[in-house]
Design a protein. Structure first.
Length: 115
């Protein structure tokens, strides 16, 4: 009986290790896709073209696509719906830009390190 319990415990530890390892591998694959240019990258020139009041479509057209959704409030299609997109940026290490839309219009923008 003790041998069976010990075997189950060891098997559980090994299986858990494999699950954790495969999860970490998946995250590394996702991160490497972004690093190889699969995500949309914004430049300072593009950022400067974007003005408050523009629609999401106008902003996406300037940048070349949608960024990553960082937060949402409310229900899409209902008054007050707010969404924040973030983009990796061309420039210094960690360069990025954020855009907050409410009811489909740009309400705020911010950037760090864009060139």
């Amino acid at each position: 009986m003790k041998k069976t319990f010990r075997g189950i415990a060891i098997g559980t530890v090994i299986a858990t290790g494999l699950i954790v390892t495969s999860g970490c591998s998946f995250m590394s694959t996702t991160e490497s896709k972004e690093a190889t240019g699969k995500s949309v990258i914004i430049t300072k020139a593009e950022f400067e073209k974007i003005q408050n009041g523009m629609t999401t479509e106008e902003v996406f057209k300037i940048i070349g696509g949608k960024g990553e959704v960082m937060s949402e409030a409310g229900e899409n299609g209902k008054p007050g719906y707010t969404i924040l997109y973030t983009y990796s940026g061309k420039g210094s290490t960690g360069a990025n830009a954020n855009f907050t839309f409410q009811d489909g219009k740009l309400m705020a923008k911010a950037q760090v390190g864009l060139k």
